[in-house]
Write a protein that binds this ligand. Structure first.
Ligand code: ADP
Ligand code: ADP
Length: 223
């Protein structure tokens, strides 16, 4: 399969991380989830983490200049010249413009933006039931994706926790931020003929299948 540069776009809780985990395995591509990168930076107390923390706690987006630098560094790393999957970046039009400029600088281009579509009502159900493992960030749900043993990650045995920003009052703000600042990216990428919509309300296996068939079409087009 040729190298692919992909973006997973969608509201918080739409299933980007769940699908990203699978895609990363299927395609063996470097996977950059800005939420995971920022949470690790907060935990480690780095400069980026200190700059990001208060925004994340409120459910606001961290400033563009903070996150753009983080992603530019990652893409310039050796691994990314085999293609990449971005999850949670870009989230604003200035971030998308910065990504375009960075890719041009690296002589690369995006193959597809995959928009996972889910209603606000379903988002709330998903986020309020989300549990993540404290070790590797593996994703579960109390009803839709239960671990084999309650409260324990199937993969690394660590404890499952509720993300700080998955509290209902913060979730509402995150959804507002999405509609105001991130959803303009839908038309941004439509204009570039890169946008591909996937029905995110189906079960995770079916969503994965839709994404897989979309990617195989892209690969065929590339020859
Ligand atoms: P979700 O998986 O629910 O979409 P993420 O884990 O991707 O959430 O992001 C968690 C938080 O990290 C966001 O609410 C925001 O504060 C911050 N964040 C992640 N990516 C970005 C980005 N590209 N721009 C600004 N803030 C970001
Ligand atoms: P995002 O990365 O977009 O914030 P996640 O992948 O973390 O989304 O998914 C949010 C929550 O919804 C998790 O608890 C996850 O287990 C669950 N989930 C993901 N995809 C589906 C799906 N297709 N159907 C039902 N629940 C899902």
């Amino acid at each position: 399969m040729p190298d692919l540069n992909l973006i997973l776009l969608g509201p918080p809780g739409s299933g980007k991380g769940t699908q990203g985990e699978r895609l990363q395995e299927d395609l063996e591509l470097p996977y950059y989830a800005t939420g995971d990168i920022l949470r690790a930076a907060v935990k480690a107390g780095t400069e980026v983490g200190l700059a990001a923390r208060e925004y994340m706690d409120r459910g606001d987006l961290v400033p563009d200049e903070v996150i753009i630098g983080v992603i530019a560094d990652q893409l310039e790393e050796a691994g990314a010249d085999r293609g990449f999957i971005l999850d949670g970046f870009p989230r604003t039009v200035p971030q998308a413009e910065a990504l375009d400029a960075e890719l041009t600088k690296l002589g690369r281009q995006l193959e597809a933006v995959i928009l996972i579509e889910v209603s606000d009502e379903e988002i709330i159900r998903r986020i309020t039931g989300r549990r993540v493992c404290s070790e590797g960030g593996h994703i579960y749900h109390l009803d839709f994706n239960r671990p084999e043993t309650d409260g324990i990650c199937d993969i690394d045995g660590s404890e499952l926790i509720v993300r700080d920003d998955d509290r209902p009052e913060v979730v509402r703000n995150r959804l507002e931020q999405y509609h105001e600042k991130t959803s303009p990216l839908v038309s941004y990428y439509e204009k570039q003929a890169l946008l591909n919509r996937v029905d995110g309300t189906a079960d995770p296996d079916q969503v994965a299948e839709s994404i897989r068939s979309l990617i195989s079409t892209l690969s065929l087009e590339e020859g």
